[in-house]
Design a protein around this ligand. Structure first.
Ligand code: DP6
Length: 361
């Protein structure tokens, strides 16, 4: 919808207040987005698996503001006012007010909660920003009365989510999602993600993700700062080539069901992400001794049992263990016997491939 289609403030007569709510999941990248060119444009295409049980639920009450022309909102996280999150949301709302002019005519009361603990190695910005983007999109529909086709609705929500946090653009879609222009692939874009419509072999259709919490501590360097350090990074150019290459290989393996190929690419991406961090200037290290010990155990276990189990890492020390559903017993026994001792307070979180966001109100 173009800006001119949005009614001016004095036209907001009906539907001038309401409530919308969305549940939106986090995701774990298999091909990592690391580095940007310009404002929220990824240096390379990425591909992720949308999670199921790790999600944010956001409810937004909107009503005409007394002070049109400025952004006005209150933010509550898990029932309490959280002014420390306010700045990020204020910047986001200000940035997207060009696309959603109604933001300067309405006061928003935003309530948000996560199903997963803070610093669990689950991207909370992906679920939070996608849930908020979907809420804004629903408000837009309610106050303008203009309903879009589902595809259009989601595409714009993904574009808005990307502005809040790049990885959030992919959480708008269930299953596997890509974000970033893939050469010779029409429907891909740097501006929004799309669901992977290519064939997915049954072995990858019911993937489990057990997240081993190596440390619950706040990480020292944010993803945003890490992306920034890819500017003038000595390996930046090589990374873009590698990511594109890995993505094409991964698509082949997802189609053919080649788990060995899947392991090769996914682990290469995880280790490359952290290698890029270490080689940044200044370099930084987010993995911990426990992360490396767990990785070694996983590789040993695989050698001994031939199990289809693979690790990946987010921008932090915690380890995501991916495996097909039918290997759940084998892998859970392995976790309990050999890995749990490396987990902070023996904590891990079980999740799986999910179907994407859900409208609650
Ligand atoms: C390592 O999406 O959190 O998780 O766009 O600056 O908010 P911003 O960054 P963010 O970066 C995610 C980095 C990653 C890899 C990925 O999810 O692709």
């Amino acid at each position: 919808m173009s800006k001119s289609e949005i009614p001016k403030n004095h036209q907001y007569t009906e539907n001038a207040r309401g409530t919308v709510s969305w549940r939106s999941p986090s995701n774990i990248a298999l091909i990592k987005y690391w580095g940007k060119k310009g404002f929220q444009i990824p240096s390379n295409p990425s591909l992720s698996m949308t999670l199921s049980d790790s999600f944010t639920e956001t409810l937004v009450k909107y009503s005409l503001t007394q002070n049109p022309g400025t952004i006005s909102f209150d933010f509550y996280f898990e029932g309490a006012r959280k002014p420390q999150f306010g700045q990020k949301i204020a910047t986001f709302l200000e940035t997207v007010s060009d696309i959603f002019p109604f933001l300067k005519n309405f006061h928003l009361e935003i309530h948000s909660r996560n199903t997963f603990p803070h610093s669990a190695g689950i991207a909370s910005s992906a679920s939070a920003m996608s849930a908020l983007a979907l809420c804004l999109r629903s408000i837009e529909q309610q106050i303008t009365g203009i309903e879009n086709e589902n595809d259009e609705f989601l595409k714009k929500a993904s574009n808005i989510a990307r502005i809040g946090s790049g990885s959030a653009s992919r959480s708008i879609y269930g299953g596997y999602a890509t974000w970033g222009k893939i050469a010779s692939w029409e429907e891909t874009s740097d501006l929004f993600a799309s669901t992977l419509k290519t064939n997915i072999h049954p072995v990858f259709r019911d993937l489990r993700d057990t997240i081993l919490i190596i440390s619950k501590n706040e990480k020292l360097v944010s993803s945003r700062a890490g992306h920034g350090l890819m500017v003038n990074h000595p390996f930046a150019e090589a990374r873009i080539i590698q990511a594109n290459h890995n993505l094409h290989e991964l698509l082949e393996y997802l189609d053919s069901g080649d788990f060995a190929g899947f392991i090769k690419v996914v682990e290469n991406e995880a280790l490359t992400l952290h290698a890029l961090m270490m080689a940044s200037n200044p370099g930084f290290v987010l993995i911990q001794p426990g992360t490396l010990q767990v990785i070694e155990k996983i590789r040993d276990f695989r050698k001994q049992t031939g199990a289809n189990v693979v690790f990946t890492l987010d921008a932090g020390p915690n380890v995501h263990l991916l495996y097909p559903k039918h290997q759940t017993k084998l892998v859970k026994d392995f976790i309990n016997d050999e890995l749990i001792g490396f987990c902070d307070e023996n904590k891990f979180i079980d999740d799986k491939l999910g179907f994407g966001p859900q409208k609650l109100k």
